[in-house]
Write a protein that binds this ligand. Sequence first.
Ligand SMILES: [Zn+2]
Ligand SMILES: [Zn+2]
Length: 130
Amino acid sequence: MSDETVRLECPRCRLLMRPEEYESHQVLFCSTCWGYWLTAETLQAILDDHRYHFSDSERKTILTLMQRVGDVDRGNESEAISCPECGKPLTRKKWLEGCPVEVDQCPDHGVWLDPGEIKELQIFAESQSK
Ligand SMILES: [Zn+2]
Ligand SMILES: [Zn+2]
């Protein structure tokens, strides 16, 4: 998925996602559910970047959210979705060691991030790098 000819449907809404830049990395964005589809390499690059720094209050809010996520199941979000590229079901698992955030992944194509998950991962990665 390196150029704008990529036209994939959102695994949740079945609507076309649009190419977008996330902190200057190429991702696909669903403007309906605000989810992101990106390759594992891109996600790792974003997490390694630390380009964006979160304010203390932002960090606190998201960390509190993450705590809650660790405790309870995400309800209807755990409903199975499939890879927009190959149609196989995505596997929901942890992306980073020790991080409570779980993301939907296709071993061959990429990662689906629900709204907020990318920031949760970024904050976790940032807190680990200190
Ligand atoms: Zn969507
Ligand atoms: Zn796939």
